[in-house]
Structure formats: C-alpha cells, structure tokens
Design a protein around this ligand. Structure first.
Ligand SMILES: Cc1ncc(COP(=O)(O)O)c(C=O)c1O
Length: 380
C-alpha cells in the first residue's frame, strides 16, 4: 500500500479507549449488550433526546434493521437519492424492495425535496433522506410530504451525527435513523453504527431483531423466564470491546467536534479565493443548518480537471478521493431500470467532486502543506 504524507483518512485513538477496553475485559463480559454498550446507549439517548439508541455492527446493519422494522416486502418501493452509498438502498432491496432514485439539489447535494411528491405512489414504503457531508436535508418539507402520505421517513445519518437542521439534531426527524462509526467517520470503532428510534412502536421489535430474533432482552430484564426464537433477526449487536472503544470518543464529543470544525474552517478560509478564481465550488451549508464537519469537498469545473488534480496531489504525496458513483447507473441500479439522464445533477456532480484529507489527527502543518499544494495547482 502506498503511504502518503497526507493520507485521506487516519484512524483515530484516544488513550481512554484502551482504559475502557481493559475495564470491559476485566469485568469479564465482552460479547454484545455489555456494560459499555449500555453506557453508549444511555449517552446517545441523553445527548440527542431520542426514545432509544442501539449500537449496531455498522450503519449498513442499522439500515437492514429499519427495513425489517418497516416490514418491507417484495414489490414495495423505497425513495432514495442516487447520490449515496450502496447500503442506503441495498438494505431495503435485501427485503425485496424496488429502489426509486431521486436526484439531489445542486447546492447541498441532498435529496431534492421538490422532486419528492411526484415519485410517491401506493407502493411507496419508505423515504430515505441522506444528510450528505452532515449537512441537513430539507426536513421540514420532506417530513410534511411524508406525513401527508403516511409514509415513514428513515434518515441515513451515517455522516451527520451532531449536525442540526433548524436547531434540531439530524437523526431525530425520521421515525428511525441510522449512524455510522466506520473508520472514516467523526467517531469510530473501526466498524460500527447505531440505530436511533424516535417512534416507540418500533422499540420492542428492534430489541428482538438485534438479538437474532429472540426475546433475550426481555429475559435479561427478568420479564420472561427463558428466551426463545420469536421473530426474524440477526446478530446486529457489536462486541462490548468496540463499544468501550467508542464510548471514550462519545464522551469526548465536544472536543472532537471542535477539532473537526477547526479543520473544516481552515480549508474553507484558505481555499475560498483560490477556488473562486478557478471556478471551483466549495461545500454549501444553508444558514438554518449546523453541519457535522464530516467532510470537505471541492466541485471541480470538469471531470478532466478533477482527475488532473487527483494525480497532481498524488505527486505531492497527498491523497484526495472521489465519492459516490450514481446508484441508478450502477450495475444493480440498471437492473432496476436506471438509465443515463434519470438524475442529471447526481450524474454531473459525481464526476466533478473531490474529497480532501480530513481526519481528527490532521495537523495544521500537514493541512497547510495540502492547501499550499492546492494553491499551486493552476487547473491543468
Ligand atoms: C450515507 C452512508 N450510508 C451508509 C453507509 C454505510 O456505513 P457503514 O460502513 O457503517 O455500514 C455509509 C458509509 O460510508 C454512508 O456514507
């Protein structure tokens, strides 16, 4: 593997994580639903004011739980942006759903709420907005359209933890929302995620799905005298070692978010004039949104210029990366009828977007090095 002076991402450790892992091991319970899992659940619940939080083995698995909780059946349709990660829709397709791809807005790159109503029909089972780069989708409009058709909203908030839309935390608008603690995210335990449940009708079944389709949670609470197979399910709960690792970071969330804010603002302040001279777009955050400081991207004027910039930065030992390939044009997307022209904004931005290195331990001197390198790039 090539090593870069400024890689795109670097895993992040804090000392306290090791202390908590040791503690979990010494307490002798490192399988799922242990002490640190419960600590994470109550901290998340308290921080976000939600009905229930459950750690999962990934955001992908939290999304799979959503598909099961909503009882998605073959033939149901799920509306999802084409500009997202595979899991946002694959979780529903696993239950037999048909993806209905919606285009994104050209400013925030989030689901274009103005296109939503026309995609809804009697088969629509869920609407899944994705808060791209941790900037909120237009949740007022999306929620009201969804409510008028009685369709549940599942927020894919993989990137948006601690972001806000009109003063409310992302992940608190939908009946369910999902989060990622993958290595590349603001808070990480390598692979991990969380399901937030805002509508209490889903809580009891979520506990069963989480524990392989058994009522083991009720057994642990002393509500039944033995546990057994009562529903579908899988092993969606992470080891308590991962929860211990993550808990230390969640406790330190104010500091971690401040560090990320500083990195984001340093890019923005130092690149805005250069970008405007070269007609390069920078992320747009509406005034009513507080972003999660997950990502910093550039929107180059053309595909060719993006590719030259990637190569130019590689030459300076800086790794920058593109992002999603439109899902409606992917092999699977095409099997569902996706074709060129269906989501023109997605098709356009996906070939021009470039993500810059962004990780909690990015030093100012490395960031300055990357910024100086960018400023020496004249577009060719
Ligand atoms: C929008 C979105 N949804 C879902 C996922 C999947 O997350 P995980 O890797 O935790 O399964 C990602 C991963 O990057 C993502 O960006």
């Amino acid at each position: 593997m090539i090593s870069y002076r400024v890689p795109f991402n670097k895993p992040f450790f804090i000392e306290k994580s090791f202390q908590y892992i040791r503690d979990a091991m010494e307490k002798g319970n490192i399988s799922g639903n242990g002490i640190y899992t419960l600590k994470c659940h109550s901290l998340l619940k308290q921080l976000f004011g939600i009905r229930k939080a459950m750690l999962t083995t990934s955001c992908t698995h939290a999304l799979e739980m959503c598909a099961l909780l909503l009882d998605v059946q073959p033939g149901d349709e799920v509306i999802v942006p084409s500009f997202t990660f595979v899991s946002t829709i694959n979780a529903f397709v696993l239950r037999g759903a048909k993806p209905v791809f919606i285009d994104v807005r050209s400013d925030t790159l989030n689901m274009n709420e103005r296109l939503l109503e026309r995609l809804i029909n009697s088969r629509t089972k869920a609407i899944v907005p994705v808060h791209y780069a941790g900037v909120g989708c237009e949740m007022d409009v999306i929620s009201s359209i969804a409510a008028s058709h009685n369709i549940p909203v599942v927020e894919d908030n993989a990137q948006g933890i601690f972001g806000k839309y009109r003063e409310n935390f992302l992940g608190t608008f939908g009946c369910l929302s999902t989060h990622s603690f993958h290595e590349t995210k603001n808070f990480s335990c390598g692979e991990g995620g969380a399901l937030f449940i805002n509508d209490p009708q889903y809580i009891e079944r979520a506990e069963i799905l989480w524990e392989k389709g058994t009522n083991r949670n009720r057994f642990f609470r002393g509500e039944v005298d033995k546990y057994t197979w009562v529903d579908l399910g899988s092993s969606y709960l992470p080891s308590d070692i991962l929860a211990a690792f993550l808990y230390a970071q969640l406790e330190d969330h104010i500091h971690i978010q401040l560090v990320r804010k500083k990195i984001w603002e340093y890019y923005f302040e130092n690149l805005k004039d250069w970008a405007s001279n070269l007609n390069i777009g920078l992320p747009f955050v509406p005034v009513h949104c507080d972003q999660s400081y997950h990502m910093f991207y550039l929107l180059l004027p053309s595909f060719n210029m993006r590719q030259s910039l990637i190569n130019y930065l590689k030459g300076k030992s800086i790794l920058s990366v593109f992002h999603y390939v439109p899902l409606h044009l992917s092999e699977m997307g095409q099997r569902f009828g996706g074709k060129l022209g269906d989501c023109p904004v997605t098709e356009d931005v996906s070939i021009r977007l470039l993500r810059l290195p962004f990780y909690n331990s990015l030093t100012t001197s490395d960031q300055r090095y990357a910024i100086e390198a960018l400023k020496d790039f004249n577009g060719e």
